[in-house]
Design a protein around this ligand. Structure first.
Ligand code: NG6
Ligand code: CA
Length: 505
């Protein structure tokens, strides 16, 4: 009896094991681990690339990427400035849900809670090697702020990256040094770095007091520390050996990104490559200077295009192209004069950085966050153009589904699985999306509703229409992508639907 019983148990156990194994195989077949490279450009407008219609500047590499992948015509950053968009792409959460996610000063503490699930931490759990190269601008260090001469943590490594080579904030904010993992790279301990966002340090010259020392004048702001002849935001002294060279930033970052790919070619990797281009100050390398005919802003676009070409070439040469998802997008819309007299305005030559959209960086209008968005996966995705409504927020959940990672309830609350849209099967995408600038807006189908608000209509410094109005605004984007005709008064029923939809978030 005992033997029969245990025999039966054995048979049952074998059957269950078989079933579990079959199910695991099934799951394994569904989940995949392609490499993921996310190239995150800075301040690049929808209309700044020729595949989106630019005619005055040509971006052959980005165009080739688009022709091999899906070019989204309705892709959005979550915000019209950098820090909140970056917060969102990494956490899958709207930044406006959390305090302290506005444009971060260069000495801000880390603004992402290390307990959160992030795009890189999720991919780490899926077995990926993860790296961040380029602009960070999400703060470093605890509440005391960063210790530039000591250990810089928490930072990228504490939110899911195995490796980082970053610029702490922006190129117009001090300190003008790279950080590799937990330390300022090339720092000479005998020449420590001092940083203040309050007052000049010692007798350091400033853009305000010593304009004769500047090689590039500021048009507004940017008159604190002078580094490499350029006025910056914030004061700094020391760290001379560690200072970056502005004309070599693109080349340096591109080489670091390529090395990360080469070093990790044998295992699944995720590379978050946030370029400095085309943010100010624009100091293109000698191969690009004067080449666009549109001044340094156009030259920086050519340099960015070169960067994209270099990454594509590296993937090709390692035979990784087929099995790598390459996403190309921008953190917010375009700005021409963002604080330096670099002739970008004078030499614009009829180029329209925001394409068909109104406003630009900082704006509630679509120029603010309706950005270039390309996804290429040659092994799996048929090339094309898609009008599906997609957000950068969606990468977290989509890639978690792709790689078979279940997310906790709290993780990525605003991130939706858009794998079907990203792979071109679903042409519709999201139901709606909320965009954040001075006010909040909701885009649902063809409608865009902008909440009334008190802010100025135009930012005179950057010469951008901000889209603020004390009255509600409603636009029919299908007929009026340039948001010229406010039809709120004609469609009270649509407002009555969109206003609570926005407020419910
Ligand atoms: C603004 C800066 C601008 C840019 C921006 C952040 C001034 C006058 N303007 O405060 O130059 O740095 O912040 O841009 O200082 S972002 O793309 O990182 O959001
Ligand atoms: Ca930006």
């Amino acid at each position: 009896m005992v033997n029969m019983k245990s025999g039966l148990a054995l048979v049952v156990a074998i059957c269950i094991a078989g079933l579990v194994q079959a199910q695991q195989k099934g799951n394994a077949a569904k989940t995949q681990r392609p490499n993921i490279v996310l190239i995150y450009a800075d301040d690049l407008g929808y209309g700044d690339i020729s595949c989106n219609g630019a005619t005055k500047v040509h971006t052959p590499n980005i165009d080739r990427l688009a022709s091999q992948g899906i070019r989204f015509t309705n892709g959005h950053a979550s915000s019209a400035t950098c820090t909140p968009s970056r917060y969102s792409i990494l956490t899958g959460q709207y930044a406006w849900r959390r305090k302290g996610t506005g444009i971060a000063p260069g000495d801000a503490p880390l603004i992402i809670d290390t307990a959160m699930t992030t795009l890189p931490s999720m991919l780490q759990s899926a077995g990926y090697t993860t790296g961040a190269v380029g602009k960070w601008h999400l703060g470093i260090g605890d509440q005391k702020g960063p210790d530039w001469n000591g250990e810089l943590k928490p930072g990228p490594l504490e939110i899911g990256f195995h490796y980082c080579w970053i610029m702490p904030a922006t190129a117009d904010r001090v300190p003008c040094v790279y950080v590799e993992n937990h330390h300022v790279a090339n720092l000479d301990p005998k020449d420590p770095i001092k940083v203040s966002y309050i007052a000049p340090i010692g007798d350091e010259p400033t853009g305000k007091n010593n304009p004769e020392l500047l090689v590039m004048k500021a048009s507004h702001g940017h008159n604190n520390a002078i580094v490499n002849g350029i006025g910056r935001i914030g004061f700094m002294q020391g760290g001379t050996a560690a200072l970056w060279k502005d004309d070599l930033i693109a080349a340096t970052l591109t080489a670091k990104a390529q090395h990360f790919i080469i070093d990790n070619k044998a295992n699944p990797f995720f590379l978050y490559f946030a370029t400095h281009d085309i943010h100010v100050p624009r100091v293109p390398g000698k191969d690009f200077l004067g080449k666009s005919g549109l001044g340094v802003r156009g030259d920086a676009i050519l340099q960015l295009d070169w960067t994209v070409g270099q990454i594509m070439h590296t993937l090709d040469s390692l035979h990784l192209t087929q099995n790598t998802i390459l996403v190309f997008t921008s953190d917010n819309g375009p700005v021409v004069d963002d604080g330096y007299e670099d002739q970008a305005v004078e030499l614009l030559n009829g180029h329209t950085p925001a394409g068909p959209f109104r406003g630009g960086k900082y704006s509630n209008f679509d120029g603010g966050a309706h950005i270039p968005f390309i996804v290429r996966w040659p092994g799996k995705v048929k090339p094309g153009v898609s009008a599906a409504l997609v957000s950068q927020l969606d990468l977290l959940r989509s890639f978690s589904v792709l790689t078979g990672q279940s997310l906790s309830k709290a993780a990525g609350p605003d991130s939706y699985n858009m794998l079907a849209a990203f792979t071109g099967k679903d042409k519709k995408g999201r139901e709606s999306i909320i965009v954040h600038a001075g006010a909040l807006s909701i885009i649902k189908g063809k409608w865009k509703y902008i909440q009334p608000g008190k802010g100025p209509r135009i930012d005179r410094n950057v010469n951008i229409e901000l889209g603020n109005d004390t009255l509600p605004q409603l636009y029919d984007l299908s007929k009026d992508p340039g948001e010229k005709n406010n039809v709120a008064a004609q469609h009270p029923a649509i407002i009555a639907e969109l206003k609570p939809a926005l407020n419910s978030h």
